[in-house]
Structures are given as C-alpha cells and as structure tokens.
Design a protein around this ligand. Structure first.
Ligand code: GLA
Length: 379
C-alpha cells in the first residue's frame, strides 16, 4: 500500500492519495498523432501517489518501483538523467508553474503495478498521476482536458518523447466498464459501454520495445511527408485524417510505395475505428473482432510496427475458441497484444496462449484479464 510506504519513508501520514491507470488500446493505432480516432480503455493497473505538503519549495520524491529517492527545488526544475523516473513529475511540476499555478513543496511517494515498457502506458499514468496529485494537494481547479494536455506536454517537451495524446487522455478520463472513443483532432470524446460477457485480455510478450522510440519517430515523419506530397499533388489535406481511401487510389503516383503503405494504414485504421464504435454500440462483437484482426494485419504489413513475438501471440489467439479478435496494441516492436475473448473462454484462452508461446518461441507471456476502469480524473 502506497500510504504504508509513505509512512515508512517520511514518517508521517499522507494527506493526499491519487491513482492513475495504465491503458490498453482496443483499436485505432498510430492514428492519434494524425488527428484521427482511437478507442482505448483504462485498465485496473495503477500508479499510485501519496503525498504531503511542505512549507518550502522543495520536492522530495520516492519511487517504490525503482526504490530510489530524489530531491529538487520548484525554483529550478531541471531534467535528471540519473533518476529518469523522476522526470515525469519534474516536467509536470515545471509546466504547472510556467502556466501560473504556484506550487508548494511536497513529500511524495509513487509507484504501482503497470508493467513498464510493455506498451500499457506506465509513463502516461505517472504524468497524469502527478498532475492529479498537484491538483488534489493544492485544490487547483484544472479543466480535465487541460490536465491531459499538460501531462502530455511533460512527455513531449520535458522527457522528450514525441507521443500523441491518447495515453494521457485515457489515463485521466477512462470510465469503469467503458472504452473511450476520442477524436484526436478536436478532443471530443464519448464513453462506449463494454459488455460483461466478453473480456479484454492482454498478453505481454515480455519483449521490451527496443526499437519503439526511433521507429515511432520515423513513422511520424513518414506520415507528415505523405501529407505534404499529397498536398503537392493537389489534395486538400492538413493531416491523414483528411484523406479517404479513394484519395490514395487517385494520388497513387504521388507517393512512394512505402509512404503509400504508411498512409494506407492510418486512413483505413480511422475507418475501422468508426465502424468499431458503431458495431460495439449495436452489440455486434463478431464484427468488432474482425476489425481488430484487420487492424493487426495493417499494422504488420503496411505500417510495419509488429514483431515476431507479437505476430505469434496474435496467431495463437486467432486459433482459440471464444476469441473474437486479437491485435498488437500500443506503439509496437514488443509490448502487448489485446484480445477480445468470450468471458467463459477467457481462462482456457490464457492457458493455451501461454503454452503455445512457450512452445513456439521458448518465451514466457504474462497474461492479464483486465477490467475497464476509471481514469484518475473520473468523477
Ligand atoms: C504510443 C503513443 C501514443 C500512440 C500509440 C500508437 O502509445 O504514446 O500516443 O501514438 O503509441 O497508437
């Protein structure tokens, strides 16, 4: 328990407790930074924060995950390359102050059970947890979407990772038993109920996302390049969100083969998300599963962000009775798959995929049957 750890470390009782969940994305991958659509859910794995105000401007922070402590002054928040786990909290603190929210010093302990580097957004959970922590500690009245944007800014501008907005959004605004349909252009969103007779099962390949960051940046550039070239060819598009599958056919000659495939993934994925939201509301889970499968194929073949391990997990899943759909989730190159499985088949599914993965690749998969959960700012 995070309160207990706080008491051990600081010898006092915390006045504020908050928690921010990790997430799994059901469909809509590599669309957020193209102003497209996503459908993630927050999961029942959290980063928890416990803290107490101080009278000065010092922050003393302890990570239970790294079993490590740091101290910094709010008057001079710098990036720390030795205690990198602390940069999310530092970034959030710095940008809140820059935006005119005067903070006080604090003693804070945080950590939890969101697996790291597994594509389940543990860093977004730390950022959103940190923003929520300051909000509660100081009674700040932050607009929820502003809190999401500030958390993402810590990742983009302070930590230096060019992610989209999906992960912070869902960690803050997820809802129990619901997925969240988000338009990453205007940030309008809607919660979509998930049915109780199916389970969201996450299979962790155990492979850290080694290539994820560099390849992510390459994809980001390729998407921008393809828009620039489509515009030169006369298409009125500000992002791939504005491009329709027919446009790609017409403008085929304008793009290199590789840019065409990258763009085709994003353009078709946006359509899949829109259809997925519609069929989910209608209760057509078979079709929802087919869309997940098609998303995987597109990520594997057109966007090329899957891996041998992820493909193996997905192919094993496709063979199991009760599987409605399976795909890689998150940035790719390792991390996890997400599977929609009939509730009464979920245990057998987990067992069979674990065994098959061990037999095929000699690797151990961790499997989590997840509950869609409330985000840190859920009211
Ligand atoms: C990572 C990023 C997200 C999103 C996904 C891919 O999780 O943090 O913003 O781009 O990859 O869908």
């Amino acid at each position: 328990m995070i309160e207990g750890r706080f008491e051990e470390i600081f010898g006092a009782t915390p006045e504020v407790l908050v928690r921010a969940p990790g997430r799994v994305n059901l469909i809509g991958e590599h669309t957020d930074y193209n102003e497209g659509f996503v459908l993630p859910a927050a999961i029942d794995r959290y980063i928890e924060f416990a803290g107490l105000r101080r009278a000065d401007r010092t922050v003393r922070a302890h990570s239970t995950d790294f079993n490590d402590s740091v101290e910094f002054s709010l008057d001079d928040v710098q990036k720390d390359s030795e205690h990198r786990w602390s940069n999310y909290l530092r970034g959030v603190s710095k940008f809140l102050e820059e935006d005119g929210h005067r903070l006080t010093g604090a003693d804070v302990v945080f950590g939890g059970n969101v697996p790291r580097e597994a594509g389940l957004s543990s860093s977004a959970a730390v950022e959103v947890g940190a923003t929520t922590f300051w909000q509660k500690l100081l009674g700040l009245e932050l607009d929820p979407v502003y809190a999401v944007k500030l958390s993402r800014r810590a990742e983009n501008e302070f930590v230096g990772v060019p992610c989209g907005i999906m992960d912070q959004f869902i960690s803050a605004l997820g809802r129990r038993e619901h997925a969240l349909f988000l338009d990453c252009r205007d940030l309008s969103y809607r919660h979509v109920p998930l049915r109780g007779d199916v389970k969201v099962v996450v299979c962790n390949s155990g492979v850290k996302r080694a290539l994820a960051q560099s390849e992510y940046e390459v994809r980001l550039k390729q998407c921008r390049q393809s828009v620039a070239q489509l515009r030169t060819a006369g298409l009125a598009a500000n992002s791939l969100r504005d491009v329709e599958p027919e446009d790609l056919e017409t403008a085929r000659g304008a793009l290199s083969e590789i840019l065409l495939r990258r763009a085709r993934h994003v353009v078709t994925e946006n359509h899949r998300v829109l259809e997925a939201v519609k069929v989910l509301a209608e209760g057509d889970l078979e079709r929802f599963g087919e869309l997940m499968n098609a998303s995987h194929e597109s990520l594997r073949d057109d966007y090329e962000v899957s891996s041998k391990e992820l493909d193996t997990l997905v192919e094993l899943a496709w063979k199991q009775p009760g599987t409605l759909g399976a795909r890689m989730t998150g940035a790719g190159f390792g991390g996890c798959t997400v599977n929609l499985v009939r509730a009464d088949a979920a245990d057998a599914f987990a067992e069979a995929v674990r065994k098959g993965y061990q037999e095929t690749l000699g690797l151990k998969a961790e499997i989590y049957v997840c509950q869609a959960s409330d985000g840190a700012l859920a009211t």
